[in-house]
Design a protein around this ligand. Structure first.
Ligand SMILES: [Zn+2]
Length: 417
């Protein structure tokens, strides 16, 4: 049954689209990769979209991490609305650090769920299984919608994922967890789903493995962008409205000798204020730690009211620190849920990342690659591209205000002519 009426999700109205909508989140897709690829003729399809469709630079959610931005994209709203403000946070009741990937922590419905509950076939495919449950929350799987990860594509079943025999459908072997193939599998699955089932709304979320490891212009990054472009071209040929977005950018954060440029904040605070007076949480932390050694550019500090002002002054004076905010200011500026915010937010600059203490970060998996990571303001700009031109109302809106990356579904569904 299809009831083709407008759907309202978190204060935004979405029309029932006439053509399939495919939004691709190129995890860690910093504008620098696209610039290099465009300058060197690596992405002819994307170049064509930018010319005949729409292209801009959008502002991602801060902290510029994967979970907050992916959930923002699928809900069309900032973390203050949906509640996911990191990959990891300190639970106020237990004072324990817990992962933030549970769907029960989400406070808002997704665009995917609302369409699937109103008669549309919807598909969400993600590279990392950690994101799958949040992206698929509330989706009507029984009604024919699909939700799976390439990481666990070999174990899909109808009841939980809405699909089985995914490896056969996609025609590729199960990809390695740390590989470009993990993302390319997601894109290829998108093509096959559009060919076979033609879902009305599809979200394809990649992994930032390549961008963490390779700088723009390195052969692996070139190859990856060439492959992405070819598949994106296929989706365009299949008649879909294609929206390209990223969750965050990516920057080299290493010293000239190749070692990571890190502020060890817990160590520094312990020396200044005494052990046990503060707790630093790195909300980039996840089980894919080999990407980045859990080093990012945004951390939360938990402390007492009496030490807070001194902690803020101290952190602001450390080299490589770009901004320090109290909980109230950070929540207001970045639209974050205040009940899940640290007492103090510390953000490092584009060249620096923040860790707790060296023993807590396993950097061995980085090998001889310079550390590339994200989380701060410098990594919060991302390309925002559509394969068709905007109607007048959305063209005016794009010209008049800063685009957010979580406007991509709104623009793809309501804004493309
Ligand atoms: Zn990411």
């Amino acid at each position: 049954m299809t009831c083709e009426k407008d759907i309202s999700v978190n204060g935004v109205r979405y029309r029932f689209p006439a053509r399939p909508i495919v939004v691709i989140c190129n995890d860690g897709g910093d504008p620098a990769y696209l610039e290099y690829a465009l300058d060197n003729g690596i992405v002819p399809n994307i170049a064509r979209f930018m010319k005949s469709g729409f292209a801009a630079t959008a502002q991602a959610v801060i902290p510029s991490f994967t979970c907050p931005n992916n959930v923002s994209i699928v809900t069309g709203s900032p973390p203050a609305v949906h509640g996911i403000s990191g990959n990891f946070y300190l639970e106020p009741e237990t004072k324990k650090a817990v992962v933030m990937t549970g769907p029960e922590l989400m406070r808002a419905p997704t665009i995917l769920a609302e369409f699937s509950r109103n008669g549309a076939k919807v598909a969400s495919v993600t590279a990392k299984d950690k994101l799958r449950q949040q992206l698929g929350k509330g989706m009507n799987i029984e009604g024919g919608s699909i939700n799976f990860s390439s990481e666990k594509a070999d174990t899909c079943n109808r009841r939980e994922h809405g699909i089985e025999n995914v490896l056969e459908l996609v025609g590729l072997p199960l990809p390695d967890m740390y590989s470009a193939d993990l993302s390319l599998f997601v894109l290829q699955a998108g093509v096959k789903l559009i060919e076979k089932d033609r879902p009305l709304i599809t979200y394809l979320s990649l992994t930032d493995y390549i961008q963490h490891k390779y700088a723009p212009g390195e052969p692996e990054a070139i190859h990856y962008y060439r492959d992405i472009d070819a598949i994106v071209g296929e989706l365009d040929r299949l008649g879909a409205v294609v929206g390209l977005i990223a969750d965050h950018g990516m920057r080299d954060k290493s010293n000239s000798d190749g070692s990571p440029k890190v502020v060890w904040l817990q160590d520094a605070l312990d020396r200044a204020f005494g052990k046990g007076t503060t707790t630093v949480i790195c909300p980039i932390t996840d089980y894919f730690a080999a990407h980045h050694g859990s080093l990012g550019s945004f951390v939360r500090v938990y402390c007492t009211d009496s030490t807070r002002a001194a902690v803020m002054r101290f952190a602001a004076g450390l080299p490589g620190i770009e901004a320090v905010y109290d909980k109230e200011t950070a929540s207001r500026l970045f639209e974050l849920p205040i009940d899940r915010e640290g007492d103090v937010v510390v953000i490092s600059d584009g060249e620096t990342c923040i860790g707790t203490t060296p023993a807590a970060h396993d950097l061995s998996a980085l090998g001889d690659h310079p550390l590339r990571t994200h989380g701060g303001l410098a990594e919060s700009y991302v390309p925002f591209i559509l394969n068709g031109p905007l109607n007048d109302a959305y063209a005016k809106r794009a010209a008049a205000s800063t685009l957010r990356n979580f406007h991509i579904f709104d623009f793809a569904i309501n804004g493309v002519m």
